[in-house]
Design a protein around this ligand. Sequence first.
Ligand code: PRX
Length: 646
Amino acid sequence: MSEHIHKVTEEWAKRALIDAKTYQEWYAQSVTDPDTFWGEHGKRIDWFKPYTKVKDTSFAPGNVFIRWFEDGTLNVAHNCIDRHLPHRANQTAIIWEGDDPSESKHITYQELHDRVGELANVLRNRGVEKGDRVTLYLPMIPEAAYAMLACARIGAVHTIVFAGFSPDSLASRIEDAGSKFVITADEGLRGGRKVPLKANVDAALKRVAGVDHVLVVRRTGGDVDMEPGRDVWYHEAIEQVTTEAPAVEVNAEDPLFILYTSGSTGKPKGVLHTTGGYLVYASMTHQYVFDYQEGDVYWCTADVGWVTGHTYIVYGPLANGATTLMFEGVPTYPDISRFWQVVDKHKVNIFYTAPTAIRSLMQAGEEPVKKTSRASLRLLGSVGEPINPEVWEWYRRVVGDDRTPIVDTWWQTETGGFLITPLPGAIDLKPGSATLPFFGVKPAIVDSEGKVLEGPAEGNLVITDSWPGQMRSIYGDHKRFEETYFATYPGSYFTGDGARRDADGYYWITGRVDDVINVSGHRMGTAEVESALVAHPKVSEAAVVGYPHDIKGQGIYAYVTLMEGEEPSDELRKELVAWVRREIGPIASPDLIQFAPGLPKTRSGKIMRRILRKIAEDEFGNLGDTSTLADPSVVDDLVDNRQNRH
Ligand code: PRX
């Protein structure tokens, strides 16, 4: 906890779109009269047919539905492009900065219109219709944004799979979404290294049927196999079409995208977001939280494979007519000053990244930051995991030269946009706290029985009413949606996070309280890593937990029981790490593996993860009650052998 409060400066209170008084007034109205509030703010985007109904939502057990602006019609690509053309045709929409610092380009709103139109025509000509799912497996190149917007333009539903995922992960997502069309690139390029995207798609399509078309962007010019009749080069396909494609009228509640995310159990869930409420929420949060004003250059360092890239690289900024920077590379290539070199090169005003990046850059000291100017920076942001107060202070002092506010934005794939976040001209900052709810958001803290705690309290974080950006369902499984989010605390949306609220009403997110871990801001289900491990022929059982990691926030700690007759070895350890990378992707690589002859189980056979977490955290003096274990001696062995984890 930090006692250091950074007050809103006079300059910020004056220049910001929202000051303290406005925040309080708007917030009060947004939660007491959401229909009037959102009815008004929904007009910030263009509607083909205006809505007459605003909020129609229920969190009631067995009857959860979420509908916003439900009789309105619109098109997201029209809102992100066409409506800006009369006054922004020549303004830069996207600044693309390549992996190699010698490569960058500016894409104007007119060019964006033309590229998106072409691609929309390519999709339509190959039979993609409104409601069809299109899987994108792309690096951070402008074509990723074109593809998202081209789908939106024709009413198709995109589902992006992060380009770091394995062919298996890709295949299961293609299958769940029922995509018939995949857009990829020959190879990706990150930190000077090539990623074999097309080859991964080929491998995935050996495992799943139904994909008729693969459109391939030439990024590196690397060698790839093209299957005749199925695979088409992007640059050849767009030569056959015009740049004019009608923006199809869709309903506010028609799906915009599906994005897979990890939960505590089972396979990743297809989080379904729809059109109207999502866009209103994305654009409003982007404008007010980043205080985006005319002419600002805005940079979010996320990847479009995650929700942050969807809402805060593409949809929010472009709906606002902003200039958004898209970065292909990594913070450490060609050297550790890269972020700040890019800031200076493009005169970035607003910079938004994850604590894990800041922590790793902090290790190299101040010099690589201080040798750059960064004079253009006005505001910094943080997302993805709790930010330690020391890291927050370093970020502000070193990167922000003691002058920039930091917005620590708490939200989730499921929430579509920020839920708890500062507004830089309105809310005093406490390092480590995401501060106060955004308009329309009603957080509450409950104990394990679901009792709502008042005043300063610590417990589980729930949201008691709907907001426009909320996910609508799990694709194809509404029952699982209700069970996952609304059954634990009936009547409320359960976030899966723990939080503390202080005497000023500020929220401090303490991290996940379920079996989800947060590794470098990437969300990972422990069950997924476990099922990858047990798929290995030498593994009989596995249990995975998170443990505190200096850079990653949390690391992946795997307890592995081998099959009869198999012996632990460093070689096998390496083999298992490589196996998980291949099964899921590099982000799921276990950081530590401890071979364990047995796992602590209750008599009914349930693994007691609480104990495994404590051992992983080296808190074995404090293991709690172990009397319900079938074989308590297992625990002694785990504690004694913890030195053998690597
Ligand atoms: O635990 C919270 C953490 O990230 C989780 C959501 O992960 P994901 O759906 O991948 O979305 C990440 C980007 C929005 C949350 O349940 N989290 C996200 N932002 C913060 C955070 N934890 C603390 N502070 C944050 N600002």
